[in-house]
Design a protein around this ligand. Sequence first.
Ligand SMILES: [Zn+2]
Length: 196
Amino acid sequence: MAKLYFRYGAMGCGKTMQLLQVAFNYEERGHQVCVIKPNTDTKHGEHIYTRIGPERKTDFCFDKTTNLYEKITKEYQNVSCVLVDEAQFLTKKQVDELMKVTIDLDIPVMCYGLRLNFKREDGGFEGATRLLQIAHEITEIKTICECGKKATLNARFLNGQLVTTGPDILIDDGKTKIEYRAICPACYEKYQKGEK
Ligand SMILES: [Zn+2]
């Protein structure tokens, strides 16, 4: 039986790299895959990029109104796997549609994304919350904080200062330096108290 997978990790842990590796493995063995991402991430258009080089064009980008079950049923019935980048931006309904893809079409769906938003709040990412609730398999892709411990949080820094409030999606105005860093809870606290 095909499964719905959620592979989560903090920013920069290599999620997209792993997604591209899985796509490559399928294709090398003569199987077709369907690689998709939400159009929330507009800076790279229809492409998926990684920090260390590899990239590819997506099969399609979707918005919050796209019915993923219908789209995949109509156009991608013959693929061996569906791979979703930035899966935290899925809606709850879309995660349920992807579950239906695994059940009705017997196609495995692998979702890669963040578990938590920069505010550390439950429900910060609807897609991540739903995937954590219903995915058949959940795995963490680990990464390291600047102090050497395991990083589990995504912190937003504006001009080098940690911020814990603000909109979920921040538009770059060209004036403020926006940065996201994967850090451990201890370092997060230190930044919050101004000890770092
Ligand atoms: Zn740390």
